[in-house]
Design a protein around this ligand. Structure first.
Ligand SMILES: O=c1ccn([C@@H]2O[C@H](COP(=O)(O)OP(=O)(O)O)[C@@H](O)[C@H]2O)c(=O)[nH]1
Ligand SMILES: [Ca+2]
Length: 443
């Protein structure tokens, strides 16, 4: 983790170095509107802030929101800055400070204090980023996702309690319920709000919203606005959620599949997911290099895994193995087959790892591009042995999840995106809108 660059500034020059949800959720955002960050604003990057984000230059009409994403593979802080230029105008999203640490909180299942310490280290960044006179007005919230959902209630609560203490000891505004495990349905909806807000689909007349696909470590989400009556009729009731935002009502299709994140899928493929005791047992797969034998830690458990020493390896047997994990397990709404979707998180990371897209730019892929890459990697594992030993399994799982899980076509387009206007495409922005609105924080 790097220190906040504002600290190293020589002056104020500004050049700083599963419980199921009820069918209808009333998420009312209508009184809260935000203006998009200007795309022509000076570009700034993770470690370089625009002058008005640093405290020394903070204006009276700047306000902040701090949202923690306690994911299964890491914990991240998002410090959003908003500016209200005049009392009549809507607040504008000005920028975001983002930092992350690994592993995630669930890796500290047996050491909750140590887990909370990782949150404290990130929160110290916010102390530097937010001007002291705004600390008391700046809310801080942490929402945990699938990693904590998979822990026992007791272990998860112990972690959340320690984090709550860290928040209480901080100078920030700690709302009620500031530390919680987020329901998977919110995760999808809030990410959908973020992406559609950042791409300008929630404002103006010509709204053409885009669906979103998030592939985390332990769970995966699909969310879109159905266009056809059929989809509404044929979807299970708890896959549909209504909410009001920016003076419009949206009825979204969303579902979070727990245990279908990339890392949980590795365990499922190996036959090790949800096992009571793994006891040094060796889990083998045709998706791994033949001679491989190694150990892997996930969710506080150690797994031994390896290749099929004697048997088959390669794309074909691997696909059959992975198919068992997804086939018939997911709902397939007909209307998505031909639609394009925004995809991020591990879809993005694995596409970058295999040069399908550029890390900075992202790009547009077809579903079949993942399959082509999976074949290339799985059938030539010896050539890819410097990359993760799971690369073949991961790409094959992504292919199977998209095709056999959700039912996408080979030519369905995926817009791989990490940031829009330099803001992370994460559920955290949608969650911050909701938070600020619920607290009535605008000027
Ligand atoms: O702000 C973020 C948060 C997560 N990720 C990606 O999300 C995946 C990990 O998912 P996570 O740890 O959030 O697991 P979950 O709890 O969602 O299953 C990895 O690809 C990360 O790179 C990201 O790109 N930006
Ligand atoms: Ca996530």
């Amino acid at each position: 983790m790097t220190a906040h660059p504002c600290l190293t500034a020589s002056s104020g020059s500004g050049r700083m170095a599963s419980s199921r949800l009820p069918i209808l959720l009333a998420l009312v955002f209508s009184s809260f509107s935000f203006v998009l960050p200007h795309s022509n604003r000076v570009m700034w990057f993770q470690d370089l802030f625009p002058p008005n984000v640093c405290p020394i230059n903070a204006k009276a009409n700047t306000f902040y929101g701090i949202m923690f994403d306690a994911g299964s593979t890491g914990t991240r802080i998002h410090i959003y800055t908003f500016v209200q230029k005049s009392p009549e105008s809507l607040p504008e999203l000005e920028g975001e400070i983002f930092e992350s640490v690994k592993p995630g909180l669930s890796a500290y299942a047996d050491q909750p204090e140590k887990g909370a310490e990782t949150v404290k280290r990130l929160l110290d960044m916010a102390i530097d980023a937010v001007p002291p006179h705004l600390w008391k007005k700046t809310p801080v919230v942490l929402k945990a996702t699938a990693g904590l959902r998979l822990l026992s209630e007791e272990k998860a609560q112990a972690l959340l309690l320690e984090v709550k203490e860290v928040f209480e000891e901080s100078p920030f505004l700690v709302p009620e319920n500031s530390v919680s495990i987020m329901d998977g349905s919110y995760e999808g909806i809030l990410a959908w709000i973020t992406v559609n807000f950042l791409t300008g689909q929630l404002s103006g007349q010509n709204k053409h919203t885009v669906g979103t696909l998030d592939l985390g470590g332990a769970s995966t989400q699909i969310t879109f606005l159905p266009r056809f009556e059929e989809t509404l009729k044929e979807s299970p009731g708890d896959f549909l959620t209504s909410f009001e935002m920016f003076n419009s009502t949206y009825k979204l299709y969303t579902h979070s599949y727990l245990g279908f994140g990339l890392k949980a899928a590795r365990l499922a493929t190996l036959g090790a997911l949800n096992m009571e005791a793994v006891d040094g047992q060796m889990f083998r797969s045709s998706c791994l290099p033949k001679q491989l034998e190694a150990e892997w830690h996930f969710g506080g458990v150690k797994y031994r895994y390896g290749g099929n020493k004697e048997g088959e390896t390669g794309f074909r047997p691997c696909y059959l193995e992975v198919l068992k994990v997804v086939k018939g397990k997911l709902h397939q709404p007909d209307e998505i087959r031909g639609s394009s979707f925004y995809a991020f998180s591990y879809y993005y990371d694995r596409a970058v790892d295999t040069n399908l897209i550029d890390y900075e730019q992202g790009g547009v892929l077809e579903v079949r591009d993942f399959e082509r890459k999976a074949k290339e990697v799985c059938d030539n594992m010896e050539r890819y042995n410097s990359a993760s030993p799971f690369l073949c399994m991961d790409l094959t799982y992504i292919t199977a999840l998209l095709k056999e899980g959700f039912g996408f076509r080979d030519n369905t387009l995926l817009q791989l995106t990490k940031k829009v206007n330099n803001i992370e495409t994460s559920w955290t922005l949608g969650a911050t809108f909701h938070l600020l609105q619920s607290l009535g924080i605008t000027y």
